[in-house]
Design a protein around this ligand. Structure first.
Ligand SMILES: Nc1nc2c(c(=O)[nH]1)N[C@H]1C(S)=C(S)[C@@H](COP(=O)(O)O)O[C@H]1N2
Ligand SMILES: [Mo]
Length: 388
């Protein structure tokens, strides 16, 4: 449907631009809200954010009333500084093991084929801390495919790793038994060449129909649908091809998950760098209207087959998934009508099942209990609510 609108857009020009805007805003509003409903706030509110410079504008779940998160409510994470970049002077270097190094301006990128994707970005630290439960948002991102640019630069035979360098820099002190080093290091993350060449990846310059805002990476960021937030490098400056695996602070030391895993009856300790998103869901809000109580929420991280909701220690009840615009990498919104809740305090838990039959783990599942770091906290989310 959306492709059809885009094709008309190309043929008919500006009249269709207006039509397209209406078309997309209808979907942007798609949410199972009911006339005259009121939201009942959760009893368990997140703790005050101790790192306000790093984490900004977290999603307030009770406020979630649209499929697409408005830019001004979209969360923003910056580990180092928050650079201000002059978009007119900005250039993106593509170099390293390439046959033809490139230097591209914003206009150069915009002149290339345009690609859009609706993608839910979640920080892998979300739900890993009592003050961090709103590190997620869904936006319509637009840019140009990365693969064609890498092809044009021509990756040399020995190029295996693609490093995305941000403009932001931080002072890092690394001190352990073997090392005592102070670095002034740019934010950087890498991907294997095969992962970087995915047709889903775009160099993104637009978010929900406007220029990419400064907190989200202006003028250009990588959007890597299906990956945790950390892979989506903002304030891009340089893309470099290397012949070895790369490990920055944000890959080899921070954003590393440590898990005890069972293998042939033995415990294996695995350390993995945060990468692809994991199956997850969360209750967003409970509303009350003349028609009764309703629980709604979101599910993401994998193609969603089913969402179930449990109140207190009751049975799992299947929620209705809202099939608005189908978008592979966007969260699905769901709801369940809650029949005659008794007065007092209740818990509400959701769990998602993906198309491969995987179920979002419970908080007492070894997948969660044997994880010794806060990243990739995709366990079931339980909220507390009081019914008057
Ligand atoms: N250059 C740069 N890119 C970055 C970051 C950063 O600190 N610097 N933070 C990452 C993290 S941890 C997340 S979760 C996402 C968040 O994207 P957002 O700020 O647009 O919500 O950006 C990622 N890209
Ligand atoms: Mo993150």
């Amino acid at each position: 449907m959306y492709d059809l609108a885009r094709r008309e857009f190309i043929v008919q020009g500006s009249a269709a631009v207006a039509a397209l805007a209406v078309f997309t805003s209808q979907f942007a509003q798609a949410f199972p809200s009911r006339a005259g409903e009121t939201v009942i706030p959760w009893l368990d509110q997140p703790q005050p954010n101790p790192v306000p410079a790093v984490i900004q504008s977290q999603l307030v779940w009770e406020d979630m009333d649209s499929w697409v998160t408005p830019n001004e409510k979209f969360f923003s994470i910056a580990h180092f500084d928050r650079p201000t970049i002059d978009a007119n002077a900005w250039k993106l270097e593509i170099d390293g093991l390439v046959k033809k190094p490139l230097s591209l301006s914003l206009a150069d990128l915009k002149a290339r084929p345009r690609q859009e994707v609706v993608f839910t970005v979640e920080c892998s630290g979300n739900h890993g801390f009592p003050f961090f439960t709103g590190g997620i948002g869904n936006a319509r991102w637009a840019g140009t495919p990365l693969a064609a640019i890498l092809e044009e630069a021509g990756v040399k035979e020995n190029g295996i790793e693609v490093v995305f360098w941000g403009t932001d820099v931080g002072d890092i002190a690394l001190k352990d038994d073997n090392r005592d080093v102070k670095m002034h290091q740019n934010f950087a993350r890498s991907m294997s060449l095969a992962d970087a060449m995915s047709p889903n990846n775009i160099l993104c310059y637009e978010m929900n129909g406007v220029a990419l805002p400064p907190p989200n990476g202006s003028p250009v960021r990588l959007i890597a649908p299906g990956w945790y937030g950390i892979a989506n490098v903002k304030w891009l400056k340089r893309i470099e091809i290397r012949n070895t695996r790369f490990m920055s602070l944000l890959m080899g030391r921070d954003y590393v998950t440590i898990r005890e895993e069972e293998h042939n009856g033995e415990t294996v300790w695995a350390e993995t760098s945060v990468g692809r998103a994991l199956l997850k869901s969360a209750p967003a809000r409970v509303t009350r209207s003349d028609a009764g109580y309703r629980i709604s929420g979101a599910a993401w991280g994998a193609p969603i087959a089913k969402v179930e909701v449990k109140v207190d220690d009751g049975p799992w009840l299947e929620a209705t998934i809202d099939h608005g615009e189908e978008a592979e990498f966007a969260w699905k919104v769901w709801y369940l009508d809650w029949k005659d809740p008794s007065k007092g305090e209740h818990t509400v838990t959701s769990r998602a099942t993906d198309m491969a039959g995987q179920i979002q783990p419970a908080m007492d599942d070894p997948w969660i209990t044997k994880k010794h770091t806060y990243w990739e906290s995709n366990g079931q989310v339980t909220r507390r609510i009081g019914i008057a």
